[in-house]
Design a protein around this ligand. Structure first.
Ligand code: NAD
Length: 456
């Protein structure tokens, strides 16, 4: 479950050989460590050269405010006179663009900074969502940002990433989730999120302690005995939550190990049981006093070409990966215990976006998760809650260790960061969406795939 090639090509001789042969040279990604600075260097805020430029002033102020809680952050507003600076992040504020012509100035300003981006640097665009009510030129400019950002992400090297924050028209830059998304995307917590956009659709959400945003919250993580689920449980606990870990009885020993490590509690349960929702609520409330966050992580694969598919394989995958989630969510949303700005986060997959040969059952279930989160988010909004999905690409786990060598190697390298992600990368995205400040992000899908080029 580790990718030895990365250390090989980042060593002296291996690096030289890879360079000579023109082989991919993935960088070691900058991941979160306690006490590390938010960014790999100073931040540059660039704005539209048309419009008032007020929005870029607002963003620069936001980065410097105490609420942003990054006291050592150095923020610049112009490239001029900073020739020797190695940028930790470049934030491109494009909320004021009204015509594709308006993109030229900021795009070329960004171009002049890219060679000075630090390893593990970040480009973050902030723009407005294109809608059917926009004038065609406005919609063209707004959608244009998306193409710009996805392409920059494909050009960056050195473990740097580019992602966007998209605001709907009724949301301004002071919405709590704008600052939260900016912080997440600039930070090392978003190491394997690349070429993606986070849509902030409302002013909901409240600011919280950035180091322990989940203090006082009770979280449930299904499929938490190993892999991504165990990493999610550990990360939510790191961020302050008390965590209930759930898995099938056969995984009981490993599950108890995770629970002990994070001082949480274990619940042995098959999530396809008709009363799984009731059992989860009962355990969380009786042991921890409430239930605030539910992460639907348990998932299975039973791969077969559709021509060879059996009813057992099809039904098992749909039952665990989507039907159980729907049933548990119904129970949660009827419960008086699940009403304090609750959060549902479901694990989807890029297979559910792009499709995958041999995975019709899995892709149908994961596309089902993606379909489910929007209407579920709407229902959750009634109690200030949210429902979102995280769609991992290729993550180094026992699930992917079982893939044939050649397929695994292709899946690893065919992404903008030329490597698979780690369970912690998915866990960081889940923890961000679970945080109080992310309350304005609802019904969305966040891909954690290193901008995988397989399919979508
Ligand atoms: P994994 O197989 O390592 O772990 C899944 C866990 O879910 C296991 O501990 C298993 O016992 C548990 N589980 C399965 N059925 C259950 C049931 N009925 N009730 C309770 N627990 C059950 O998988 P992983 O790689 O850590 O993946 C976690 C999630 O992420 C899954 O939903 C998976 O589809 C998704 N995902 C993984 C990848 C990847 O590359 N690993 C990519 C995309 C999506």
């Amino acid at each position: 479950m580790s990718d030895g090639y990365i250390s090989l090509v980042n060593g002296g001789i291996g690096g030289k050989v890879a360079k000579t042969l023109g082989l991919p040279r993935p960088s070691v990604l900058r991941r979160y460590t306690e006490g590390a600075t938010l960014t790999a260097g100073p931040v540059l805020v660039l704005g539209s050269t048309t419009g008032t430029g007020e929005d870029s002033d607002i963003v620069a102020q936001l980065l410097l405010s105490t609420g942003f809680a990054a006291p050592d952050l150095e923020v610049h507003r112009a490239v001029l006179g900073t020739e020797h600076v190695s940028w930790g992040a470049v934030v491109l504020v494009l909320t004021e663009v009204e015509h594709p012509d308006d993109l030229s100035g900021p795009a070329l300003d960004l171009a002049s900074t890219l060679r000075s981006l630090a390893p593990g640097g970040r480009v973050v665009t902030i723009s407005r969502a294109a809608t059917e009510d926009d004038a065609p030129a406005v919609a063209a400019a707004r959608q244009g940002v998306d193409g710009l950002l996805r392409s920059v992400a494909k050009e960056l090297r050195g473990g740097s990433t580019a992602n966007g924050i998209v605001l709907t028209d009724d949301v301004d830059l002071s919405a709590p989730s704008v600052g939260a998304a900016l912080r997440f995307l600039m930070s090392a917590r978003s190491a394997y999120v690349d070429g993606q956009s986070l849509t902030v659709g409302s002013t909901a959400g409240s600011s919280s302690d950035w180091d322990r945003p989940l203090d006082g919250r009770v979280a449930v993580v299904t499929g938490a005995a190993r892999g991504i689920g165990a990493a999610i449980a550990e990360t939510l606990a790191r961020d302050g939550a008390r965590v209930v870990v759930v898995d099938v009885p056969a995984a009981g020993e490993a599950l108890a190990g995770v629970a002990n490590r994070i001082k949480g509690t274990a619940l042995q349960l098959d999530i396809t049981a008709p009363d799984a929702g009731e059992k989860i609520i009962e355990h969380a409330v009786s042991r921890h006093g409430s239930i605030d966050i539910v992460v639907h992580n348990a998932g299975i694969t039973r791969d077969k070409l559709l021509a060879n598919m059996t009813p057992e394989k099809w039904d098992a995958v749909l039952a665990v990966n989507i039907a159980a989630q729907l049933r548990i969510n119904d129970t949660l949303m009827r419960s008086p215990a699940f009403v304090d700005a609750p959060r549902i986060i479901s694990l989807a997959s890029t297979s559910g976006i792009a499709g995958n040969r041999g995975q019709t059952n899995y892709a149908a279930s994961k596309a089902g998760v993606i379909g489910m989160v929007r209407p579920t988010g709407k229902l959750m909004a009634k109690v200030d809650g949210t429902a979102n999905a995280v769609a991992p690409g290729f993550i180094e786990t026992e699930m992917t260790a079982r893939m044939p060598f050649a397929t695994r190697e292709v899946a690893r390298r065919l992404s903008s960061v030329q490597q698979g992600g780690l369970p912690i990368d998915v866990a960081e995205a889940v923890a961000f969406l679970a945080s109080p400040a992310a309350g304005g992000i609802n019904g969305t899908v966040l891909r954690v795939c290193g901008q995988s080029m397989v399919g979508a």
